[in-house]
Ligand binder design. Structure first.
Ligand SMILES: Nc1nc2c(c(=O)[nH]1)N[C@H]1C(S)=C(S)[C@@H](COP(=O)(O)O)O[C@H]1N2
Ligand SMILES: [Mo]
Length: 202
C-alpha cells in the first residue's frame, strides 16, 4: 500500500501545474476571442501558403496539407487577457515541415502570419522552428471548431495566444520585423508569457 502512495505522490509532483505570472486557470472552459466575425471557410477553396524570404514559395490545398506527416501538441496555452488553459491537445502539421518545403533564405529572421480575414501577427522565426509551432485542424481529436479558428489555425503555445492566428492561410517570412494587427496596437513583438511580455514600450 505504501508503495502506491509514494508512486501517486511522485506522479502528482511531476504534473504540478504551473501558471505564468499574472495568469489564472480557466479550467474546462475555453474563451473565444476574435476581432472578426467567424468566417465560413470552404474546404475546397482553403489553402495554406508559405512565401516571402524563401527559395520556393509553396501553397497546399486542404487535401495536400493532410498528406504531410502529422504532428501533435499536448500542453498549455496562455492568453494575454490572463486566462491559461492546461492540457490542451491539438493535431495538424509542424511549421518545421512547411518551412522545409519552402526553404527559408539565409536572411529570413521573422514571420508574419496572416489569416484569411485580414488578421496578422508577427514573431521571430526562431519561435516557430524546432518543434515549437503548428498549423492545427484538430482539438481533442475532433475538427477544430470555426470559432476557435477552424478549419485551421496557427498554434504557437509557448507565446501568448494572440500569436496563434485563427483561420491562418499564409506564413510570410521576412528579413525585417513587421508588426501584425495587435502589435501595431501596442502588443509585444515577441509575447513570452513567462516574461510577461504583454505590451511593448515603443
Ligand atoms: N484571426 C484571428 N486570430 C486570432 C485572434 C483574432 O482576433 N483573429 N485573436 C487572438 C487572441 S487575442 C487569442 S487569445 C486567441 C483566441 O483563440 P480562441 O478564441 O480559440 O480562444 O486567438 C488569437 N488569434
Ligand atoms: Mo488573447
Amino acid at each position: 500500500m505504501s508503495q502506491f502512495t509514494a508512486g501517486f505522490a511522485g506522479r502528482r509532483r511531476d504534473t504540478a501545474k504551473k501558471l505564468p505570472p499574472g495568469q489564472y486557470d480557466t479550467g474546462s472552459s475555453w474563451p473565444v476571442l476574435a476581432v472578426e466575425v467567424t468566417p465560413a471557410v470552404d474546404l475546397d477553396a482553403w489553402s495554406m501558403t508559405v512565401d516571402g524570404s524563401v527559395e520556393s514559395p509553396v501553397t497546399w490545398s486542404w487535401s495536400e496539407i493532410h498528406e504531410l506527416p502529422g504532428s501533435e501538441y499536448a500542453g498549455d496555452i496562455h492568453c494575454v487577457t490572463t486566462w491559461s488553459k492546461f492540457d490542451t491537445r491539438f493535431a495538424g502539421v509542424s511549421v518545421d515541415t512547411l518551412l522545409a518545403a519552402a526553404k527559408p533564405t539565409s536572411g529570413a529572421a521573422f514571420l508574419l502570419a496572416h489569416s484569411s480575414t485580414g488578421y496578422s501577427t508577427n514573431m521571430p522565426l526562431a519561435d516557430v522552428t524546432d518543434g515549437k509551432a503548428w498549423v492545427v485542424w484538430e482539438f481533442d481529436g475532433k475538427p477544430l471548431a470555426p470559432q476557435h479558428g477552424g478549419p485551421a489555425r496557427l498554434l504557437v503555445p509557448h507565446l501568448y495566444f494572440w500569436k496563434s492566428a485563427k483561420w491562418v492561410n499564409r506564413l510570410e517570412l521576412l528579413d525585417e520585423d513587421k508588426r501584425g494587427f495587435w502589435e501595431e496596437r501596442g502588443y509585444h513583438d515577441r509575447g513570452d508569457p513567462w516574461q510577461e511580455q504583454r505590451y511593448h514600450s515603443s
